[in-house]
Design a protein around this ligand. Sequence first.
Ligand SMILES: Cc1cc2nc3c(=O)[nH]c(=O)nc-3n(C[C@H](O)[C@H](O)[C@H](O)COP(=O)(O)OP(=O)(O)OC[C@H]3O[C@@H](n4cnc5c(N)ncnc54)[C@H](O)[C@@H]3O)c2cc1C
Length: 615
Amino acid sequence: MRAHIVGGGFGGLAAAFFLIHHADVPGESITIYEADRQMGGGLFLAGGPKTGYNMPGSVFDREFRCTFDLFQSIPSTGTPSVSVTDEFFAFNKQNPFNDRAHILDRNGNIVHGPRFGLTLRDAFALARLSLTPEPRLDGRRIDEFFSPRFFTTEFWLLWSTIMGSLPQHSATEFRRYMNRFLYLFPDLSTMRRVLRTPVNQHQAFIEPLLAWLRARFVRVRTGAFVHDLGFAASDRLTVDRLEIEQGGTASSVPVEPDDIVLVTLGSQAEDLSSGTMTEPPLPNRAGRASALWERLAQDYPGFGNPARFFGADQISDSRWVIFTVTTTGTEFIEHLSKLTNSEPGIGGLVTLKDSSWLLTLTIFHQPEVIGQPSGTYVWWGYGLYPERNGDFVKKRMSSCTGAEILKEALRHLRFDQILERVLADSICIPCDLPYVNNIWLPRRSTDRPPIVLPGATNLGLIGQYVELQQPRNPVTDCKDRAAPTPRPMIGLKLPFEKMLAGDAEAAFGLVPLPLPYVGDLLGDVVPIEFIGRPCGLLIGPGHHVVLIEISHRCPLFIYDLCSAGHGGRRALTSPASRMTVSPPSAPTIIAAYSRVLMVVPNASVQTDRHDLRAA
Ligand SMILES: Cc1cc2nc3c(=O)[nH]c(=O)nc-3n(C[C@H](O)[C@H](O)[C@H](O)COP(=O)(O)OP(=O)(O)OC[C@H]3O[C@@H](n4cnc5c(N)ncnc54)[C@H](O)[C@@H]3O)c2cc1C
């Protein structure tokens, strides 16, 4: 049996790891085909200290469990005696974010208020969306659920600049993120629970994983674009060849019925193009990463709808321009640290809320690149609205040179007095990513195909554009070697797919709510076990006794134990007693959940307690 993996991003590399580590597939039986010259897909690293680095930012949390499970077996590049996972957590423990100025207005004032500006009505709307079953959100947008005011709150600014969501984006995705990242709420502003790689993601994750795979003789073919799959003549879906273009030469790789073919559909980094200090990124519309998906979707039913995510019509709602600044000066870093009252490297994100491009900046912990010369510093930023004209540079961000982007950022910060010196000692590399945010575009459940299509015998689909309807624990599925051939790839989901809310819980267990905060507001929370799962019993003022559970089916269940008699009784096992509870009516759930959400802003819990109770 051979395994052919199309796509050398994290998904493809992780798939190879799982095949070797959990399914005992010999490394030499695995080939990875990558269209680009560099492996790593969206987790790229380009440039250097003299020409300027180019890289994505890095935002994680502790619940990327599949990723950390994988990297527990991979030695770090810098310290091979330590695993990548251990290195990651040690770094984050030593250098936790402490963002003291996450949002700045045009006058350099910090924007931070009680409850992140959310009203009870907003919380109610958040609860309604979070508790609406996904089938009812199919194709719908976030802004259908909230008032225009909601999108001006501090909460929305924090959320959208950390997660990437826009009002016109998918309500389904928003719901998944909400439920997946609910526990981050109290610390959204300080980013205390947000984690990042010790150095850029390419060197922190891709390079060590690739080294591990190469040491096991996995074949890696870069510059190899798989433009088509051939299928055997049958009523089932059995791949019998890969059609490849490499170095201008076309070739065909035969695939046996008991081989496995895992195909990455698309890439958020498709058509990435970078500029220089003096040149804007030139449009690149090769469309290679999604070409195979389009080809397959044209000819075979069930492959979904790539046009929902890729193509000229999608760019305006999915584009970011990112920029990486390599500097030999310290003035910018010193000024920003002073303005934000945050030390470099732990200050987290700084969003310039009045900038038309909605600029967000961060100073990396130095060095951000292994081999970065001393005396060189790297910082980073991006614009969530790069198609708007700038406020000082009257151009779209996507048409700007690195120098123009740097000017716009510095003028917003009112750093005019250091502008020329910063321009002189910095190299700002702009990078246009037309599809980086397309995972957020409104979609229907059928727009992304499942991991294994009905009738597929040796083909599995991986990546950001696969719908996980019945996620499973990849570890156990991959270990199930007694199963028929395609079995190892069933449930072989990507580590990054856990960004999709609910999946981490589904695959691995439960994510606890920030129960102490809930308790602070509404009363005592008594930890209990409910059907073998950790839950909280929340004893609120008045009539509220609420059971909070996060489970894999619906990431958040809240049962009001006082509303018995609505049918559908369920057994509650507490350490002390057995009780019978019934699911509450929808309005009761929503009211309870709204109150839970009102606990969001840690700073305001005490002061607002009475108001909220009254509300
Ligand atoms: C700017 C940016 C910032 C990000 N920040 C974060 C972050 O902070 N935290 C986080 O969790 N995630 C982040 N992501 C998302 C992360 O990059 C993706 O989740 C991850 O890269 C997905 O891995 P993947 O393998 O599915 O896809 P990709 O990394 O996109 O890789 C897919 C690869 O497959 C190749 N390919 C596709 N089709 C073919 C074909 N037919 N033949 C040959 N090769 C093919 C492509 O060339 C590409 O290299 C970020 C992404 C970007 C672009």
